[in-house]
Design a protein around this ligand. Structure first.
Ligand SMILES: NC(=O)c1ccc[n+]([C@@H]2O[C@H](COP(=O)([O-])OP(=O)(O)OC[C@H]3O[C@@H](n4cnc5c(N)ncnc54)[C@H](OP(=O)(O)O)[C@@H]3O)[C@@H](O)[C@H]2O)c1
Length: 279
């Protein structure tokens, strides 16, 4: 199988390329400058040149604040690119994998959201990701939409996610205040990548999948567990989410799980293995 991966320097793309290498899957991964997904002609050229069996779109503007300030750019990269990719892949009978986010939900549920729950995005970022899902599924019947929760893991670009920022503070021994009412199911990007590769290679039924390590956890419990794995001396105090001024406000309870696929391993196992590189 030959895969064309877009977004190879990001958090998911970095992991996906590694998993492909480990599984012996041929993975062509042009950089952002080599293939800008907002340029449909470049997409067509790449598909003609590489003739992949599947395209994995892991590109995006994922900073919520940046999407609010520049909604048109967010639409172009997060949503319109998915339309271009769906139209270009369906023509050539190529499978499309469109990545998406748990932020499409409103965060009011006390249960993990499954593939059968109704999205209700409340940010520009989430709305553009939901549109990307619709474009993929409606324009190319050979599409997978894979939604992730908050990811942690190595990435090639210089950005830093929530968990990586916490690791830096925990290693430095800085005191932390963390919300104990914000729920998620943080997932190792390598576990997510392994699952997405399996979905594609095993030719699972096309459609929507939630991909997450097992178990919902509060940010406080998650960071306290991480501190233990890192032998950190940081004092960690529990706080409430409303004490932090996120603009726009982020939905509060965003755990997801899959009703369609067997659960991935529990998050503490994945976190312990990931944190070993920092010890
Ligand atoms: N990270 C998370 O916690 C998380 C959680 C839920 C869902 N997701 C979803 O997972 C997917 C991947 O996210 P990520 O965390 O890997 O993002 P990321 O680390 O920000 O990486 C985004 C990638 O997209 C590339 N890119 C941006 N604009 C592009 C364009 N116009 N043309 C081509 N490439 C472009 C970037 O290249 P450069 O770096 O070279 O600019 C980078 O390789 C997204 O769909 C996101 O919504 C992520």
């Amino acid at each position: 199988m030959k895969i064309l991966l877009l977004g190879n320097r990001g958090q998911f793309g970095t992991a996906f390329e590694k998993i492909c290498r480990m599984r012996g899957i041929e993975c062509i991964a042009p950089s952002h400058s080599e293939l800008d997904v907002t340029q449909p002609q470049k997409i067509s050229l790449a598909l003609s040149k590489e003739a992949p069996d599947a395209v994995v779109n892991s590109t995006g503007i994922i900073d919520i604040g940046e999407c609010e300030s520049c909604p048109l750019d967010a639409y172009k990269v997060n949503a319109q690119a998915s339309l271009y990719l769906a139209e270009a892949t369906v023509e050539k009978k190529i499978t499309l994998v469109q990545t998406s986010t748990h932020l499409v939900f409103d965060g009011k549920s006390h249960q993990p959201y499954t593939e059968y729950d109704l999205p209700s995005p409340n940010t520009v970022y989430a709305a553009t990701k939901l549109i990307s899902e619709h474009y993929a599924i409606t324009r190319n019947p050979k599409s997978y939409v894979v939604r992730f929760p908050t990811l942690f893991g190595h990435r090639r670009n210089e950005k830093s996610g929530f968990v990586e920022k916490m690791i830096t503070k925990l290693i430095a021994g800085d005191p932390l205040r963390i919300a104990d009412d914000r729920m998620d199911c943080p997932t190792w990007s390598e576990d997510a990548a392994r699952e997405v590769a399996e979905i594609v290679v095993s030719r699972a039924n096309f459609g929507l999948y939630h991909v997450a390590n097992r178990g919902a956890v509060s940010y406080f419990d998650f960071i306290a567990t991480l501190a233990k794995f890192l032998n950190s001396q940081s004092g960690i105090e529990a706080a409430k989410d409303k004490e932090f001024t996120a603009r726009p406000p982020k939905p509060l309870r965003l755990a997801i799980s899959s009703d369609k696929r067997p659960a991935l391993r529990p998050w503490p196992e994945a976190l312990q293995e990931y944190s070993e590189v920092y010890r």
